[in-house]
Design a protein around this ligand. Structure first.
Ligand code: EPZ
Length: 444
């Protein structure tokens, strides 16, 4: 099993280049299935989940050429030769469910293994399925598979039909929680549908805009709007077919935020390059509230922990543009050693405070209020320990904690981290961390 060993106490200094966004590339790849022409993706991050997705779409008929030197991926799907996304692949990567929309949109049928939950929550896909049914698809769940078929439209053609879709998942603590994935699947199903589709309560996450930008380059007709009640909309005019394009994956705002915390918590100074701070608004506001000194240069973020004195700060996770759920464990790592009290509210995923018990093993003073809330009281020092990564963001956060804990921290099950961070250990080593991978045979 893979683990990461860190000896804490080093101030990180230097520069790091941000990769393409995991939560964008995992949508752009299935979107390439929507055309028979070649789609060229650049700034593609070399991640485990990307490798998995390449395997999945190749089983559906896509021809892929992925040049790891230039981070360029060419995808061409002359014909979708298979509409089944098997259990073996879907069980390793929930995002596989994003092939549902493109398969129903282009191949007009789909058989996709029902994705399971994960440690951060049950991760239902009811909104995804309701969206497909709103577009006229017949959806059956049989033997663990979602079996979908497009209807026969007014021209006697088997084709999805434009409609109105609601991306709202629930209202909680006064906020409307929308679905990123459900919005993405609905967009990819609707672009080739017959007629107009309106997605109400559409996710505002920037990765969704990256997808829409690429689809519009391919000839789709998609735009954002807002209705009289202030509800965010995405409006799609269905077209008969899409053509190829070239598209660069947007920078990973979550990776950039993780390195910002690394600089702050180690009191070092890191120049974070090839990013886009315009998508990091609330996170940067909170970093400033916490007393962290940084220079925001748009495509570059220079965080100077040596001039910072972290103080307790309250975080309420909200859908974008609010504080991102994918940055809360990293930010709260800083709060474990900040001066004073902090509070976290995490309404998006029901189990996303799982990491707290691992931080408590390192001496953090944290009180769980309920499954969505915890209070932190900063301590002078964390102490090194053996800890367990539960998901990629919590895993990365435990590494951040290990960077400042006294002694040797071992982060077990660190394979989660390589799902979302390109060269995380190597980058931290280049920045001066005393860190390495270790492998041991799984105990039988
Ligand atoms: C995407 O997950 C991201 N993953 C997640 O990033 C991210 O945390 C999440 O969006 C929110 O920003 C990818 O893009 C691959 P949701 P997704 O649908 O689409 C509930 C990371 O660390 N819900 O926006 O699965 C759901 O349970 C990962 O990079 C339903 O109830 O998230 C959750 O409570 C983790 N029914 C809330 O909505 C549905 O049909 C938001 O989930 C869909 C979602």
């Amino acid at each position: 099993m893979e683990k990461i060993i860190i000896h804490g106490g080093k101030k990180l200094k230097g520069k790091v280049s941000i990769s393409g966004a995991k939560n964008s590339i995992l949508e752009l790849i299935p979107a390439a299935l929507l055309t028979k022409e070649e789609v060229v993706l650049t700034n593609v991050p070399n991640l485990k989940d990307v490798k998995t997705f390449v395997q999945l779409i190749s089983e559906l008929g896509a021809q892929i050429d992925w040049d790891l030197e230039s981070n360029t991926m060419r995808i061409k799907t002359p014909e979708i030769t298979n509409t089944k996304a098997s259990y073996d692949i879907v069980k390793t990567m929930r995002a596989s469910v994003y092939v549902l929309g493109p398969l129903l949109g282009r191949a007009r049928s789909a058989k996709v293994s029902f994705p399971g939950g994960c440690v951060i929550g049950s991760r239902p896909i009811d909104v995804h399925l309701r969206a497909m049914e709103a577009l006229g698809a017949d959806i059956q769940i049989k033997h663990g598979y979602i079996i979908g078929n497009a209807p026969i439209d007014s021209n006697g053609e088997k084709r999805l039909i434009g409609s109105t879709i609601d991306g709202k998942v629930r209202e909680q603590d006064g906020i409307v929680i929308t679905t990123h994935g459900g919005t993405v699947n609905a967009i990819m199903a609707a672009v080739l549908a017959n007629g107009k589709t309106v997605i109400k309560n559409a996710s505002l996450e920037p990765e969704v805009d990256d997808l829409m930008g690429m689809l519009n380059k391919m000839g789709a007709k998609i735009k954002r709007d807002i209705n009289k009640k202030g509800v965010p909309l995405i409006i799609i005019e269905g077209v008969k077919e899409l053509h190829g394009c070239e598209h660069s994956v947007m920078p990973d705002r979550l990776e950039a935020g993780t390195y910002a915390i690394a600089a702050a918590i180690t009191k070092g100074k890191i120049r974070i390059q090839n990013t886009d701070t315009s998508k990091m608004g609330v996170f940067l506001d909170k970093l400033k509230d916490a007393g962290i000194v940084f220079e925001d240069k748009g495509s570059e973020l220079i965080v100077d922990g040596s001039k910072s004195y972290a103080k307790g700060t309250n975080i309420k996770v909200e859908p974008y543009p609010g504080f991102p759920t994918d940055m809360q464990s990293q930010f709260m790592t800083l709060m474990t050693v900040a001066e004073g009290q902090s509070k976290i509210e995490e309404p998006i995923f029901e189990n996303r405070l799982m990491y707290v018990s691992e931080f408590q093993r390192m001496g953090a003073k944290i009180k769980i209020v309920d499954k969505n809330r915890a209070t932190f009281k900063g301590v002078d020092k964390l102490t090194a320990a053996d800890v367990m990564a539960s998901d990629l963001r919590a895993g990365a956060s435990l590494v951040l904690a290990g960077l400042v804990a006294e002694g040797e921290t071992i982060v077990h099950r660190s394979y989660h981290i390589s799902r979302g961070y390109v060269g995380f250990v190597d980058n931290l080593k280049k920045l001066g961390a005393d860190i390495k991978y270790s492998y041991e045979k799984p105990c039988l």
